[in-house]
Design a protein around this ligand. Sequence first.
Ligand code: NDP
Length: 325
Amino acid sequence: MTENENHRDIIIIGGGPAGLTAGIYSARGGAKTTIFSGILPGGQLIQTMEVENFPGFFESTPGADIMQKMIQQAKRLGCEISNNEITEVDFNVKPFKITVSSKKIFTTDSVIISTGAKAKWMGIPSETKFRNKGVSSCATCDGFFHRNKDVCVIGGGDTAAEDALFLTKFSNKVYLVHRRDKLRTNRRSEERLKANPKIEILYDSVLDEVLGEEKVSGIKIKNVKTNDIREINLSGVFIAIGHHPETSLFKDKIEIDEQGYIKTDGHTKTSVEGVFAAGDVMDPNYKQAIIAAGTGAIAGMQALKYIEDLECDEFIKQKSCKTEN
Ligand code: NDP
């Protein structure tokens, strides 16, 4: 709408599957679109070595390859991708004001927030050392690689319960390591965990160390009541202690729920008209790339509709159509 080199019809914050899909839809719909992806576009999926459940990629494919294709597709359709990070947003003015790390200020008619969520990690050095070498935060992505082996899941919430149950499809044995004497997960999941002969729940236990040379070969866990250390041989460690949605930039600027996720209307509209949210930043439940891409498509379409309505309003104002009506 505004003829200015620093103006965009739609600015997308975050370059994972949600942001890139939103960019594909909005650029293809004719909107001048920039995705600010930060230094490394691709989101959480680029950390996944092999993806087997993204439709269209029938062979096991590195997450980075899928994201590379999405980036190429978005660019081919005319979407600009910038490695700058956004440092500040102002949703109190129209057009919105977006400040990037280079200190340049952009204006935009619509914003799509797709900053994602990051898995929480325990923060112990051996966990970091073996990340993607047996330590994972995504059972759906990496469970398959532990077929007929033993694994553990750290955590006691719904994610940990679902991961443990899911992993029994592949693994011989799944240890669920929980720091308290009572699980946080819902009762039905707890019953299913207890009824599954492949699952052993280790209460009052914390991960002390991940063991191995090149890849994970075991763990040391500590009983927090007795301080006893137990060593278990296994090939996979799944960390399921929760996620942090990446919403710090939007604190006090948009409605965010108690868990830190951006509140939406059931689709992707947020509490600020013209600002949409897609992917893990607004989805506490599924945390799957395909779901993020799906909500990204919705956000792209809703943002396009929003700017079309804005253009129409402006046209009516300029031509005084309102008085004719
Ligand atoms: P939660 O925050 O619910 O659970 C995290 C678990 O990890 C808790 O058991 C917690 O222990 C444990 N934990 C946290 N930090 C540490 C740590 N540093 N060391 C060891 N253990 C730790 O996260 P979830 O990802 O499980 O769930 C997030 C939300 O998503 C919840 O609202 C959940 O209900 C929802 N969800 C729903 C699903 C469904 O309905 N199908 C599936 C998955 C998630 P403690 O209990 O002691 O605090």
